[in-house]
Design a protein around this ligand. Structure first.
Ligand code: ADP
Ligand code: MG
Length: 155
């Protein structure tokens, strides 16, 4: 099975980024892990809000600040929102059992700042990169790239 190519989208507003995330979420299986990459203010939390909406979460979704993860039941499926920004070291990820958590979570998991714990991320994660789109007429324009996981070879 060939690897799927990355897809790039352009959004013109936070609402469009949420709507895009919602559409993408509908194509992801239970247990999918979505790595959200991009600078501060790129729109990672905004994208996570769209994923949450697709899971049937009605509570407002904000970045977890005092905890590493916020969990939402969702009427469609559970949603977990992680922010690893404050992770002290990869040892902490080990202590918390991050890899095990990601393996077992039944719904969608979105992870902001996944680069803080590179060795604890599953190889079959989806990667979403957000960045400002160079557009002098719209400072809210963003490029959103979706990179599906490489298919695992069948033994
Ligand atoms: P991050 O989690 O990457 O630090 P946030 O999602 O918290 O970023 O914040 C993104 C900020 O940029 C918000 O204030 C949001 O309103 C604004 N914004 C402007 N345009 C967009 C867009 N197209 N997509 C996402 N956010 C946008
Ligand atoms: Mg954020």
């Amino acid at each position: 099975m060939p690897a799927l190519p990355p897809s790039t989208f352009r959004t013109a507003s936070p609402g469009e980024t949420r709507a895009l995330a919602e559409r993408i979420a509908a194509t992801l299986p239970d247990g999918a892990v979505i790595l959200l990459e991009g600078e501060l203010g790129a729109g990672k939390t905004c994208f996570a809000q769209g994923l949450a909406r697709a899971c049937g979460v009605r509570r407002p979704v904000t970045s977890p600040t005092f905890t590493l993860v916020n969990e939402y039941p969702g009427t469609v499926r559970p949603f977990a929102h992680m922010d690893l920004y404050r992770l002290a070291s990869e040892d902490e990820a080990a202590t918390l059992g991050l890899d095990d958590y990601l393996l077992r979570y039944p719904g969608l998991v979105a992870i902001e700042w996944p680069e803080r714990a590179p060795s604890f991320l599953p190889p079959d994660a989806w990667r979403v990169t957000l960045s400002p789109a160079p557009d002098p007429s719209n400072p809210d324009a963003r490029l959103v790239t979706l990179l599906p996981p490489a298919p695992t070879p069948v033994p």
